[in-house]
Design a binder for this molecule. Structure first.
Ligand code: NDP
Length: 256
């Protein structure tokens, strides 16, 4: 029988920020393909609910882990325990993120620190802790979640845009170092998807019209539409693809 290059059956995947939103949809999508998924967030209750929901919906194994991605010490301790308990994840999806919106003159340094720590430093902390194990084993897949804002600026989110631009270059830098260990590092940059992060935006009629007019597909994305790209980047189908940033944005970044 022909080998399925997209097969991820039995692979262990850690998806940060999968207690809800895009991360939850990505985790569920991987679990539907037979991966064993580790659900992550800060609250045990929320994580446990997500674990239960994924087990019931997919029948796949799912586990939970909690830590604050902005705290390097907490990340290290939690991932050491995770590796001891479950083994080394073959797949890491750095998805946890935060957006703060304000006119530039009203941002405070604390906003900058929080956004950079949650969106950028976190990806370094988590990948740094796991890549050591992955490199010893000789394979691994790391997918960082960027944004169309890594390429397109918009008013009121300068720190967010900077953090996502950083994620793209972190992806390329990690890819350059880790390819020799057969670890591929890539980035998925989503367009606009309705989650808790942007409730204020999708509840705003004017913003909805802006998204529909600005996106060639003339609509918001559906979270399930991210899963295929993730599956590609998490499987052998992309074994010679590294350092890339794939926009899943209904064509938004290809037009002015
Ligand atoms: P949500 O706000 O819906 O979910 C954010 C997730 O990140 C939650 O699971 C949350 O966990 C976790 N998280 C946030 N801060 C921390 C922290 N300090 N430590 C641990 N976990 C944390 O966001 P989205 O699902 O919309 O976004 C997910 C990713 O996708 C982000 O990186 C975002 O930038 C990116 N993205 C989203 C787009 C969209 O349109 N929604 C578009 C482009 C990119 P907890 O339950 O503990 O709060």
């Amino acid at each position: 029988m022909a080998v399925n290059p997209f097969d991820i059956q039995g692979k262990l995947a850690l998806i940060t920020g999968s207690s809800r939103g895009l991360g939850f949809a990505l985790a569920q999508g991987l679990a539907e393909q037979g991966a064993r998924v580790i659900i992550h967030g800060r609250s045990e209750d929320t994580v446990n609910q997500a674990v239960q929901a994924i087990r019931e919906a997919t029948g796949s194994e799912a586990f939970g882990v909690t830590f604050d991605v902005t705290r390097s010490d907490e990340v290290k301790t939690a991932l050491t325990q995770l590796v001891e308990t479950h083994g080394v994840p073959e797949i890491l999806v750095n998805n946890a993120g935060l957006q703060r919106r304000a006119p530039f003159t009203e941002f405070e340094p604390d906003d900058w620190d929080a956004v950079i720590a949650t969106n950028l430093s976190s990806s370094f902390y988590v990948a740094n802790a796991l890549a050591r194990h992955m490199s010893e084993r000789g394979h691994g897949k790391i997918v960082n979640i960027g944004s169309v804002q890594s390429m397109l600026a918009r008013q009121t989110i300068a720190p967010y845009s900077a953090s996502k631009g950083g994620v793209v270059m972190l992806t390329k830098g990690m890819a350059a170092d880790l390819a020799r260990f057969n670890i591929q590092v890539n980035c998925i940059s989503p367009g606009y998807f309705k989650t808790d992060m942007n409730t204020a935006l999708w509840q705003d009629e004017a913003f909805n019209s802006w998204v529909e007019n600005r996106t060639p597909a003339q609509r918001w994305g559906n979270v399930q539409e991210l899963v295929g790209t993730l599956l590609y980047l998490c499987s052998d189908a992309s074994s010679f693809v590294s350092g890339q940033n794939i926009f899943v944005d209904g064509g938004m970044t290809s037009v002015v």
